[in-house]
Design a protein around this ligand. Structure first.
Ligand code: AMP
Ligand code: ZN
Length: 280
């Protein structure tokens, strides 16, 4: 385990070396109440960045209630302004409702539906709040899993966006997303959050159903035992490779329904929400 100071320096270096945030930026940290986003919120504030928090209340029973309570307490203690977005007020129903309706119709896993909705809301709110950067708590283990999942699901091009800063898409309707914990091991973030006694839940979401991701995690755990440092090498080698190539940034258009940045005429979020209409 890295020492506290070493861990903090690793995050600071990532932010500086990859030019993730500058001191003039208005920074919005997407706070789930988990160890990763709480750690990144704490550290960016400590490093002197202009940070505010954004919590999407998914209304998943006592799980969401506890996370909101934790985030509220933490932000109050740290003197950080917190914005809370209620998914029912925004979209007409709790995440459990939206997932059951949309997921059933589309045959999608609930984590997929939740992910699309969260990303859309985060981007929309970040624009409304005038944020220059949207920060998430993704760590190195998350990155390694995503790389492998995309490879095995035959959507390797999706990996081109898996960088410390989302640089593939540049658009005024798309607030750049940055990941200061990109090079931090999950176990190090966990230990740091525990040592710092952050008020966070360590269990996973009660609705989590990403079986494939868990299988990949187990496989990577196995490989890590056999080849220590495997995940780190995988993420760093990939990053090295991508930065040597000129990546086609792809063309951005605006969704006909919601007006947000999209690759297709109708964005993924509106396609999902469109399916919901049929249940009304
Ligand atoms: P996940 O997709 O749940 O693995 O979360 C990845 C990142 O998304 C977290 O580290 C947070 O930065 C952000 N995030 C997840 N859930 C929420 C939420 N309910 N509200 C705000 N940000 C979130
Ligand atoms: Zn749309």
């Amino acid at each position: 385990m890295k020492k506290i100071q070493e861990f903090e320096e690793e995050v600071r270096r990532t932010v500086e070396d990859y030019d993730l945030i500058n001191k003039k930026d208005k920074v919005l940290v997407a706070c789930s109440g988990g160890k990763d986003s709480t750690t990144v919120l704490y550290l960016l504030k400590k490093f002197g960045y202009d940070v505010e928090g954004l919590f999407i209340d998914l209304l998943i029973g006592s799980w969401s209630k506890k996370n909101l309570e934790n985030v509220r307490q933490f932000c109050a203690e740290q003197g950080i302004k917190l914005h809370v977005v209620d998914v029912r007020k925004e979209l007409g129903g709790s995440m459990c409702y939206l997932r059951s309706k949309i997921g059933k119709k589309e045959g999608l896993k609930s984590c997929t539906v939740c992910g699309v909705i969260k990303r859309w809301l985060l981007n929309k709110k970040a624009q409304e709040l005038g944020a220059d950067k949207l920060v998430t708590g993704h760590n190195l283990d998350d990155q390694a899993e995503t790389l492998l999942m995309n490879l095995l699901k035959n959507r390797v091009e999706m990996n081109l966006g898996q960088l410390p800063k989302t640089g593939v898409v540049v658009d005024k309707k798309f607030v750049p997303r940055v990941k200061p914990l990109f090079f931090c091991l999950n176990q190090d973030v966990r230990k740091y959050a525990k040592l710092m006694k952050f008020p966070v839940l360590y269990e996973k979401c009660p609705c989590a159903s990403e079986v494939f991701r868990w299988e990949i995690r187990e496989k990577l755990d196995g490989l890590e035992k056999e080849y220590p440092g495997f995940r780190e090498k995988m993420v760093k080698n990939f990053l090295g490779m991508v930065s040597r190539f000129k990546v086609d940034k792809g063309k951005m258009i605006y969704c006909d329904e919601c007006g947000e940045a999209s690759r297709d005429k109708i964005c993924r979020f509106c396609k999902l929400m469109g399916n919901l209409e049929t249940f009304k």
